[in-house]
Design a protein around this ligand. Structure first.
Ligand SMILES: *[C@@H]1O[C@H](CO)[C@@H](O)[C@H](O)[C@H]1NC(C)=O
Length: 558
């Protein structure tokens, strides 16, 4: 699949699709982490000073009713980059630290934004927090990015280059590509510098770029630089506010660099947060509740889109929008031809609306989304989901009994203080029915808490725990697998050296000293040329499930 994508992309580049429509704009998606809804100057804070982020917002369009697809990090990011509800693809939990599990992370079968952008001729870069899977197959470089600088987990100590991880029984690192780097001073600033390095690289190559700048700030732990502490800020918020100062500095540096290169007018910048503010110092006022909730404080996020010279500055966009709209919007920006668009996307292209904010054209007056849906199987928290239609919102507390659910009129009651479900039972029932129908197509989690029982069975003909062979002598065995659900099963296998973390590179120790055969057959024959200890891992997989067995191989000199 991947090589098909590359060749197809090359073909598209040679064909010069869309060249006649003018230069393709660069795109920067800045996604910060757990930012409070009220924690920017432009969002009304008088404690947080964020002059450069405020300017970015005022130079473009401010989305007032923009939603993250989920109320915490991993699922929200999976949905953004696959363009589909996390509950539809079993990605409704954060990736647990099962570092060797290929099922953990944004499911591998789904195409991603950077893969589309690469096909459209872009250089693609990911800087910062990943949190979408740990195995080599899930690495950003294998999910559509030409460059990666950051860490794979969900959080990081801002001042460290490596952190001890109990599950690994080893250290985890900041990586550039697959290589570890040291010398981190403060990751927010190091991420800004890495982003600028990548912008410079694409400029040298003369190609448009897509940059996902995934600042981890202001996620916990709350650690800022000493020089960013403002004595005028109350002590209990000083560190948190200092973290936002470093974000603001990053936005300023990047915009100045774009100006210096003369490409600011041809660069679209989006700024948003992956979910609502957390309980370690964020303020979501006037929204109710926090990260992890289906009240507005968990889901509604600051969101600005700036494209100097194209989108009118100083505008406010009040229609419903979700981060799942970013994928189709970028397809439009990258001039992806109709037939090549990703058919599984659930969002809408926002560009026609954004171009017409403040006008009274049909597109400007029509709804972006008749409904926005959230939640579903095995959701966490006090409520299991919500549905929004225009001014109305039903919070689903009980998916089987609508009498427990709560109806709010967000236009009159943005803070969700007054449940109107008894006053407007018809409205509540209608929204509940629509949500229930949508929810009927959601699936159980593929990983994380409440993971559904894996229905796969795998048997290997090699039953001994350890197989001893000599170099050059092939070993073969058979595997038989099936799915209780009757889904089609695919086999593959790999050999690796049982070193959990190699010294110099990111777990990059697969298939050394092996000559052989197919990765997709159930009869496996392998020949080793070098003596040593190996593990053969036989895996069976369906679209949703995966199971493997390891066989220890000891290759001894003759
Ligand atoms: C992080 O930033 C500091 C300060 O600018 C710099 O000295 C260091 O080399 C950077 N580290 C990496 C890995 O780029």
């Amino acid at each position: 699949m991947r090589s098909f994508g590359i060749w197809f992309g090359l073909w598209v580049a040679l064909m010069g699709f869309g060249e006649c429509q003018g230069e393709k704009p660069n795109v920067i998606v800045i996604l910060v982490d757990d930012l409070g809804y009220a924690d920017l100057g432009v969002q009304g804070s008088d404690v947080v000073k964020s002059p450069h982020i405020d300017k970015l917002a005022k130079d473009g369009v401010i989305l007032t009713d923009g939603y993250a697809p989920h109320n915490f990090c991993g699922p929200s990011r999976s949905a953004l980059f696959a363009g589909i509800w996390p509950f539809r693809i079993g990605a409704q939990f954060n990736a647990p630290k099962d570092y060797w599990d290929n099922l953990v992370g944004l499911p591998l079968g789904y195409k991603t934004i950077p893969e589309t952008m690469q096909e459209a001729g872009y250089q693609t870069y990911c800087v910062g927090k990943w949190h979408l899977g740990y195995t080599p197959e899930h690495h950003p470089k294998n999910r559509g990015y030409n460059g990666f600088f950051g860490f794979l987990k969900g959080s990081w100590n801002y001042r460290l280059s490596k952190m001890y991880d109990e599950q690994l029984d080893d250290y985890d690192y900041i990586y550039r590509g697959f290589k570890r780097v040291g010398g981190i001073k403060y990751i927010t600033d190091n991420f800004t510098d890495a982003a600028i390095g990548y912008i410079a690289r694409s400029n040298r190559l003369g190609k448009p770029f897509f940059l996902y700048l995934s600042y981890n700030s202001p996620h916990a732990p709350i650690i800022s630089l000493k020089e960013d502490l403002d004595p005028e800020v109350p002590a209990n918020r000083r560190n948190y506010v200092g973290m936002i100062k470093s974000l603001d500095r990053g936005v300023e540096k990047i915009r100045s660099y774009l100006e210096k290169l003369g490409i600011a007018e041809n660069t679209v910048i989006m700024f948003s947060s992956d979910n609502g503010g957390h309980k370690h110092g964020a303020i979501n006022e006037p929204l109710r509740d926090m990260k992890g909730s289906y009240y507005e404080g968990g889901l509604r996020v600051p969101w600005f889109i700036t494209w100097p010279g194209t989108l009118q500055p100083g505008r406010t966009f009040t229609k419903l929008a979700t981060h799942m709209d970013i994928y189709p919007t970028l397809e439009n920006l990258a001039q992806v031809p109709e037939g090549m668009k990703n058919p599984t996307l659930v969002g809408v292209d926002l560009l026609p609306y954004l171009r017409k904010v403040g006008q009274s054209t049909p597109e400007a007056s029509g709804a972006t989304h008749p409904f926005l849906y959230f939640g579903g199987p095995a959701a966490s928290g006090k409520s299991v989901g919500m549905i929004r239609q225009g001014r109305w919102k039903l919070v689903i507390i009980n998916e089987n009994d609508n009498s427990e659910n709560e109806l709010y009129d967000l236009r009159a009651d943005l803070s969700e203080t007054t449940d109107l479900s008894d006053d407007r039972p018809g409205k509540a029932t209608r929204l509940f029915d629509i949500w229930t129908e949508w929810n009927s197509e959601n699936i159980l989690p593929v990983y994380g808490r409440s993971r559904a029982k894996n229905p796969l069975l795998l048997e290997l003909s090699v039953v001994a725990d350890e197989v001893v062979i000599t170099p050059g002598v092939p070993i073969s065995f058979e595997a038989a697998g099936s799915s209780a659900d009757g889904e089609t099963v695919t086999y593959f296998w790999e050999t690796f050296i049982p070193v959990r973390v190699d010294e110099a590179t990111y777990r990059d120790v697969w298939t050394d000293g092996v000559t052989s055969t197919s990765r997709t057959e159930d009869s496996i024959s392998i020949t080793y040329s070098n003596p040593g200890d190996y593990i053969v891992r036989v895996t069976i997989q369906t679209e949703r499930w995966q199971l493997w067995e390891d066989v220890q191989i000891q290759v001894v000199p003759e």
